[in-house]
Structure formats: C-alpha cells, structure tokens
Design a binder for this molecule. Structure first.
Ligand code: FRU
Length: 493
C-alpha cells in the first residue's frame, strides 16, 4: 500500500516537474525531477532498463527529510522520471530513507536495501539518531517495505562500533546466487570502517567481517562504500567525511578514495595495495557502480559536494546533478574512467583542427558551445612551453578554465570567474602524467557542468558551473608555442 506521505510526494513531483523548462536542465546529465538531490541510490539494471534512485527531497532545493526519487533509462543518458519510490513513513525511517542499493531477487522482484534513520530515547533522557538497514521489495515502480525491518541493526555490528553512523548498504549477488553487502560504519576509534554482510535470500543478513579499516588515515566516517572485482583486482570505493588534504592527492572536506587491492578470502578482509582520489575536480561524491548487460562496470557519482552545496540558486527549482556515467577499468594500480560509449551517439557537427600552433591568445572558428565533446592533444612546438589554458563557458564577464603547466606537470580547474555567487571552493590542482609538454584531454560540457578526462581516463576533474548557458565562448591561451590537435562535437539532446 502506498502511504499518504509517498502519495503526497508523488502528486507533488508530477506537478512541480512541469514548471522546470527543459533548457534549464543539463541535456544528458541526470537532474532530479524537482527539488533537492544528492547520492545515486539503487543504480541497477532491472527488467530491461537501467534504474536510478536518488536521495531526494521534492519540496525544496535544500537537503531535508530523505525520500528516494526514481527514474529509468535505456542508455543512461536519457532518463524518464517515474514516481518516487520511498518516503520516510515508518518509525524506523522517520528521519529519512538514506542511501542504499538495489538487486533483482530470484523470483523476479527487485529488492531495495537502504538506511532507515530514526531517533531513539536514551537512558540519560537525551535522544540520539539510530541508523539501521531496511528493505523494500517491488516490481520496478511500487515498493513495499518489509514487515521485519530493520534487517541489520546494532546487534549486527562489532562491539564498540557506532549505531549512529551505520549506513549506505551496497548489495551484490555472488556467483553461488547468495547475496553480500558492504555498509559504512565507525569503530570505537571514531574513524571509518567497512562492514561485510551475507545473506542467502536477501532478507536475513549475517555479519561476516570488518572488510576494511580507515584507522584515521582518510578522513573519519567512510560513507557510500562500493566493493567489486575488476580486471583481476578488488576495488573499494569510499567517500570519507572530514578529509585532510594530502599534497594534491586529497583535499579537505568530503572527498573520495579508490583503494585497489585484493580480497583475502580466508579472513574476508581487503588487502590494500594502492589508493588515489576518484575525482580530482571540485564536485564528485558518493559514487555507485552497476554492471551493464554487456559486462561493462559503469560508475556514476553525485556531481556536487557537501562543501559547495551553498552554491544553489534560490530561483531554480532543482538542485543536484549526477556525473556522466563512466566505464571503469583498472590499469597499473589505478582506476581509469571514460564516458560511456553511448555518449558518442549524441555527437554531431564535427569540427577538426590538426597541428594548430597556439601562441598567445587564440579562438578557433566553430569551437564553442555548452553541450560539447572536445578532444585536445597538446605537445610542445619547436621549443618547450610554460603554460596552456583553455577558457570555456565564456562571455564578456565570465569563464571557467583548465590550466596546464607542463614543466611541473600540473593541471588546474578554476571556476572563480564563472559567475558563482559565493566564495566557496572554486579551484583544484592535480599532478598529471605528462612528458615533453604532451597531454590529452577530453572535455565534456553540458550546460551546468564540466568533466575533464585526462590521458584516456587516467584522471578526471569534475565541476558544476553556475554560468549563464548562453556563455559559450572558448579561448586558448599560452605562454610559449603549443602544438594542438582539436576535435569538437556538439552533443545533441
Ligand atoms: C552521503 C550521505 C550518505 C547518506 C546520505 C543522506 O552523501 O551523507 O552517507 O546516506 O548522504 O542523504
């Protein structure tokens, strides 16, 4: 039965969606039906379609009592909104239906596993928040919360661990048909840890092990874990809170970490081999992956950050975007990311420049736009060069830039002059692999965002933009002579 609270949200979103014009949204990046969106949830393939659920508050563009919004797609680029899936309408999730994931059950139904947040009176008279893992089962449109919720609570966590920070279950099906899931938590040292659970039927869950421990190295609580095997390695993705910058690799605040390693099957513990940030831009958090029917593992993240959410515009009726879905692979101990190949089908109006020499400031005929796929190959001319800058989303007043210093192998994204109305984080630098001034970049613009894929996906820098979409100029600026190949496509909706 659909609760009153869910009915209200469903009615509201259907009407509220209509006041948002198509051109006020990104063209091929997912944005919420109305109101506020954060993490991707339940990113899955079910009954012949991709499903995306998301952390959702339909009534305002600020975070509030969490619902699950819902949309479906054939190509991960064009989404059809369907009615909201969950509302915080039970005692165990009254304070919110927090993040979680989805999986198909053997009987054909779809299982959602999410974090229910509730407040519980304590013996000393105060009350505190409790997080538990809960289940809802449905047919791809309507979901019924399980009568025995919660399925994982404080009885299922190691001694001394937090029942307040216990969230974001990511479920998968094992080869033998049973289920496993990872959940973010905090041990007694106040740091982060990832707990591993197993279940034969998806409903009854058992604690298996502490899969991974933060030991206060990467921020505190680890939110939104994902864990999977890829290209012969095991990968653990986490989104730590309260990170401290480490050189250019990690930055303060909410960040992301990809651990590459192995699984010790005798102890069910993860053996870390290397780690790096998942995204080196400004806006990327809480990614989740899905396996496509053709076997590709595809990752999508919330293209925002808790440290920059104050940049919302009060006059807009939606806030929050997802990143491009990215095909991921592992090479040389790193996670590589590349825009899903379906994006290439949106390409039109190809413009090519081969071996252009840029010195000083230059514009190129036909190279402009705010919904574009731009490939750049840089190399040094006869001499070395000191600096290369790409300015885009540009008009007389505003621009955002990507700047490369070959001698230091540094790349920077900077949206200080993008028209953002608040002085929050606007720039970030990273160390890239380059030699002799060579660098390859694929830059995807979609109205209100930029994603820069460096050296075939070895690194990515993502950022949201707050510039008028009519600002579509592109300028190249250099110190020294740069040789450049350019291919630009417009991306149709
Ligand atoms: C991450 C997060 C999750 C939580 C959700 C609440 O962005 O904080 O840990 O489940 O957002 O909306």
């Amino acid at each position: 039965m659909t609760s009153q609270m869910l009915c209200k949200a469903r009615k509201y979103e259907e009407i509220a969606e209509k006041v948002i014009k198509k051109e006020e949204r990104p063209a091929f990046h997912f944005s919420p039906r109305t109101g506020w969106m954060n993490d991707p949830n339940g990113f899955s393939y079910y009954k012949g379609k991709y499903h995306m659920f998301y952390q959702y508050y339909p009534y305002d563009t600020r975070w509030n009592s969490m619902h699950w919004g819902h949309a479906v797609s054939d190509d991960l680029l064009h989404w059809e909104y369907v009615p909201a899936a969950l509302a915080p309408d039970e005692n165990y999730d009254k304070e919110g239906c927090f993040s979680g994931s989805a999986i198909a059950l053997p009987d054909g139904r779809q299982l959602l596993i999410y974090t229910g947040v509730a407040r519980k009176a304590q013996e000393d008279g105060t009350d505190c928040e409790i997080q538990t893992q809960c289940i809802a089962v449905g047919d791809g449109t309507n979901y019924e919360k399980y009568e025995n919720n919660p399925v994982l609570d404080e009885k299922h966590i190691p001694e001394g661990s937090s029942k307040v920070d216990f969230r974001d279950p990511k479920v998968w099906k094992k080869e033998d048909g049973s289920f496993a899931c990872v959940v973010g938590n905090r041990p007694a040292d106040g740091s982060g840890q990832i707990l591993l659970y197993s279940s034969l039927d998806g409903f009854k869950w058992e604690f298996v092990s502490v899969l991974a421990e933060n030991r206060n190295r990467f921020g505190k609580m680890w939110e939104c874990p994902d864990f999977f095997e890829l290209d012969g390695k095991y990968i653990l993705l986490v989104s730590p809170q309260y990170m401290q910058g480490k050189g250019l690799e990690y930055h303060n605040g909410n960040g992301t970490v990809c651990f590459v390693g192995d699984l010790d099957k005798s102890t069910n513990t993860f053996k870390e081999e290397s780690n790096h940030a998942i995204d080196y831009g400004i806006d990327f958090y809480a990614p989740q992956t899905v396996i496509a029917p053709d076997g590709r593992r595809i990752m999508i993240g919330w293209m925002q950050n808790w440290d920059t959410v104050g940049l919302y515009s009060p006059e807009k009726k939606w806030f929050g975007q997802m990143s491009l879905p990215r095909e991921i692979s592992v090479k040389n101990g790193r996670l590589y990311q590349w825009p899903i190949r379906e994006l290439e089908e949106l390409r039109e109006e190809k413009v090519v420049y081969h071996d252009v020499t840029v010195e000083g400031t230059m514009k190129l005929e036909g190279i402009k736009g705010r919904k574009i796929d731009l490939e750049l190959e840089l190399s040094a001319g006869e001499d070395s060069y000191k600096k290369f800058m790409l300015q885009f989303a540009q008009n007389e007043e505003h621009y955002t830039s990507v700047c490369f210093w070959p001698q230091e192998s540094l790349l920077e994204i900077d949206r200080k002059f993008s028209g953002a109305s608040k002085d929050t984080v606007h720039e970030r630098k990273c160390q890239v692999n380059s030699y002799n001034g060579k660098l390859e970049m694929r830059v995807i613009l979609d109205q209100y965002s930029v994603e820069v894929f460096v050296n075939h996906g070895e690194q990515v820098l993502s950022a949201t933009l707050y510039t008028d979409p009519a600002a579509e100029g592109i300028t190249f600026l250099t110190e020294g002579k740069v040789k450049m190949n350019v291919i630009k496509y417009d991306l149709q909706e």
